[in-house]
Design a protein around this ligand. Structure first.
Ligand code: 8GT
Length: 135
């Protein structure tokens, strides 16, 4: 498969401001692709937008918060039967604003040890594995 055919997606591992080791999972709305599964908030990267700019924009749109990107966590390709995507994942911190659920019904601050209790979007398993190794 050619790279141009991959849907480019940015996802953010939002670190808890006060509890080191906790990060945010969000439940995807039921009427969306992978509805009901838990994700790292984010979304499609627009044309002429860097992955970093995309995650900053998406988190503003979804939670009304300003974030800064600490670092890239990982970057991988995943093939669902219906869509193939390239997922760019960043560790971010909230620099301004309180989270408002503008698109999600539910969020949860989790540690790497509780993450298995959440049904996660399949493409995110690799991110979780990476976070587990780095923990
Ligand atoms: N945001 C996000 N999307 C993910 C993750 N893992 C994963 O497979 N995806 C998939 O990546 C694709 C893009 O996500 P999205 O639907 O959130 O994008 P978006 O906010 O730009 O949606 P929109 O086009 O309705 O505005 C979806 O097919 C989604 O299922 C994840 O951790 N976060």
């Amino acid at each position: 498969m050619k790279t141009e055919q991959l849907l480019q997606v940015a996802a953010g591992v939002i670190l808890h401001p006060m509890h080191p080791g906790k990060f945010l999972l969000s439940k995807r709305p039921m009427d969306r692709h992978l509805g009901g599964l838990w994700e790292f908030a984010g979304g499609k990267i627009e044309a002429d937008e860097t992955p970093e700019r995309a995650i900053i924009r998406e988190l503003k749109e979804e939670f009304d918060v300003e974030v800064t990107v600490n670092k890239k966590v990982t970057h991988h390709i995943y093939h669902y039967p219906e869509v193939s995507l390239e997922l760019h994942t960043f560790e971010v911190v909230i620099t301004s604003g309180d989270i408002k659920l503008l698109e999600h019904d539910e969020i949860s601050w989790v540690t790497i040890d509780d993450v298995d209790k959440y049904p996660i979007a399949p493409s995110n398993k690799m991110i979780i594995d990476y976070l587990r190794i780095k923990h």
